[in-house]
Design a protein around this ligand. Sequence first.
Ligand code: SAH
Length: 213
Amino acid sequence: MKDNYIHKGKRRQLVEMMRKKGIQNEQVLDAMNAVPRHLFLDSSFLEHAYQNKAFPIGADQTISHPYTVAFQSELLQVKPNDRILEIGTGSGYQCAVLLEMGAQVYTIERQNELYKKTNLLFRKLQYRPKRYVFGDGYKGLPDDAPFDSIIVTCGAPEIPKTLMSQLKIGGRMVIPVGDDPQIMTLLVRESATDFSKKTFGEFRFVPFLGGKE
Ligand code: SAH
């Protein structure tokens, strides 16, 4: 597993592409510059790791486009030590970006094959989520709630109430909602009972499925 000057150069270009597409948060851009995305993909996609593309990661799932990762990470407004719940660990790339930003990440994956593969990668690359759970993201993590923010990286038919209840007051949830394509949605918990909602553009995600396999 290598991260050489060619990868580093390509990563800088990717970061410039993100800037041109409108990403302004320097912590997000720095984190994307730091995470070796090519190591999160199967070796057959190595060549293309730094294009703005999604790729299969096994178990019929895909790693999100870099722009999608940047967009969701920016909407979270991450502060160091924020406790963030991620639904859909997948390749682990989004989690690694949040860890580079100094967050404490709690992340859940429902596909056992992916869960195990990514667990090995986290160890190799020394990325340490606060908790990495094999389970159903619809349940969230009640024992660790409330969270400063929640990021859902699979397309949800609607915003799950269980996850809303696990947000801190003032906390933010970034979630793609609807059928293909999904509408990126930001939910802010304004008080114990009130939530405000803002919607952004269309994105494409694999579905948020119940249960685990
Ligand atoms: N954040 C990931 C994106 C992977 S795609 C990355 O950076 O690579 C979305 C992931 O969500 C898939 O791995 C899929 O298995 C997972 N997923 C779908 N429904 C889920 C659920 N109910 N709980 C946890 N993970 C789920």
